[in-house]
Design a protein around this ligand. Structure first.
Ligand SMILES: [Zn+2]
Length: 256
């Protein structure tokens, strides 16, 4: 997991659950779309390893759900891999989320712990400067207290990235910032390396994830086109996008 190269393929996962049967209840509406079953995730790891043995992808997990400890880390370790776990610090110790002791243990086992803000703002890029600094610094301080070590990695919640968000992260001491832009090209903003991610959603097949991880252009380009097509709606018609997204997510949730 060398984060110093100019091109990095990072995969953005969220939650992994024991099984995605009809009884599965996601911790939140949006979580459902981003949740994979454990056996499905195991298949992803196996195929990714097979497709790109010499170029391990970067595995990232947002939000800090308890599954990071109970399922994800174990599955990664089973495949001799380690992950990046981004924690929403206000959610630490809440039911369904990681505890401080679990976060410490994950770090001790070689995983990387980073910030995913304090409160997971709906639109990070809309925050004023003071609030941005508060989100980045507050979460870093809490994680550093838990870990007794510096925290220099973060990921942007909700995909609402902007230059201001990156500058604020750099100012708050972060040296690596993961966004949700599906690109492998790494940029640098005020000494902070900004790395995109390819999002892996519920229903993304292991073969599709492996194709992305191995660097195949077509599936990556497809994500990039989709992401950019949504951009004007997402950034210009912000409220409309959020309403539509909530509606869409709740419709999808009703199906299980
Ligand atoms: Zn998130």
């Amino acid at each position: 997991m060398n984060l110093n190269s100019k091109n990095i393929i990072a995969l953005g996962y969220h939650d992994i659950t024991e099984d995605l049967s009809a009884s599965f209840k996601p911790p939140s509406i949006s979580a459902a779309v981003y949740t994979l079953g454990r056996s499905e995730f195991r298949q992803h790891l196996a195929l990714i390893e097979e497709a790109a043995p010499k170029r391990p992808a970067v595995f990232t997990f947002d939000d800090g759900a308890a599954s990071a400890y109970f399922i994800v880390a174990r599955e990664l370790e089973r495949a001799a891999l380690r992950g990046y776990f981004f924690i929403t610090t206000n959610w630490i110790e809440r039911p369904g989320f990681l505890t401080a002791a679990q976060i410490r243990e994950l770090a001790a086992r070689g995983h990387v712990i980073g910030s995913h803000s304090c409160s997971h703002p709906e639109r990070m890029s809309k925050l004023g400067r003071a609030a941005l600094i508060e989100e980045w610094t507050g979460s870093r301080v809490i994680l550093e207290e838990i870990l007794g070590a510096r925290v220099t990695v973060a990921s942007v919640p909700g995909g609402y990235h902007s230059m201001r968000v990156a500058r604020a992260a750099a100012q708050c001491g972060y040296r690596t910032l993961f966004t949700s832009e599906p690109t492998s090209r790494v940029r640098e903003v005020d000494g902070c390396r900004v790395i995109g991610r390819y999002s892996i959603k519920r229903g993304s097949s292991a073969a599709a994830a492996a194709a992305i991880a191995s660097g195949r252009r077509l599936p990556r380009m497809r994500q990039w086109i989709e992401w950019n097509a949504k951009k004007p709606v997402k950034f210009l018609g912000g409220d409309l996008y959020l309403t539509a997204r909530r509606l869409l997510l709740s419709t999808q949730c009703q199906s299980f």
